[in-house]
Design a protein around this ligand. Sequence first.
Ligand SMILES: Nc1ncnc2c1ncn2[C@@H]1O[C@H](COP(=O)(O)OP(=O)(O)OP(=O)(O)O)[C@@H](O)[C@H]1O
Length: 257
Amino acid sequence: MTKPDRIPAILLDRVTKRYAEAPPVLENLSTTIKPGEFVSIIGPSGCGKSTLLKLVSGLSPTTSGSIAVDGMTPAKAREIVSFIFQDPTLLPWRTVTRNIELGLELEGVARERRQATVAGLLTLVGLEHVAKSYPRQLSGGMKMRVSIARALASNPKVLLLDEPFAALDEMTRDRMNEELIRLYLERAWTVLFVTHSVAEAVFLSSRILVLAPHPGRLAHDIPIDLPFPRTPELRRSELFDRVVAQVSRTLREVEAS
Ligand SMILES: Nc1ncnc2c1ncn2[C@@H]1O[C@H](COP(=O)(O)OP(=O)(O)OP(=O)(O)O)[C@@H](O)[C@H]1O
């Protein structure tokens, strides 16, 4: 007997999304994302990138077509999915530790287990030294790390990130990219990552989906065959520059069409 194929991490089958009576934002979008893939979504402003993440997260329903996350509807898959937004939205009156444990608290996880989980996450994102600080005492990069740690507290299998590093300076952003790749390799997540930066998408991804607008649709599906782990040296290599140039050209063609 042949072994059944592994269930796709994310399956999009002819997904169409329309807000009220407006023309569709996404139309007939189909693709399969395998477990462990790091997929970035790029495309002109308004082509439906954020909308796609909202559909996969179950925050917003599809108009037609279907989405399966690990074989489940997005609503059922919420427990295995974490969504990280550009704005970390930390609670200012809670310390770093208490921000990270918020979700676990709401789930009713006992205090001791919460503390053990948070201690591990603080180490993972390198924030042990600010465990008792408040958000206002942190830099933008640190706030984003708290937000990532909070998203990881529920031990997700699928991570959805909507331009998480857009507000950071370039150096911090590069460092966060390297940390994200380290965590991705360690935790074996499936990642769907929205960005406007082609270099960031190339650095992080095993695959890039280029969406075209009006209506949003899949224009290109580009595998990124650079070796993992991705390192700062890779970013300085000619090969990296070549891939970035190639993807930028594709994006410009989509923007011009
Ligand atoms: N809740 C909503 N109600 C009505 N229209 C919406 C809603 N959310 C998004 N839209 C519209 O859907 C289109 C796609 O928006 P979306 O934010 O998904 O695009 P995007 O590719 O992420 O854009 P950007 O790159 O500028 O962040 C836009 O025209 C936007 O105005």
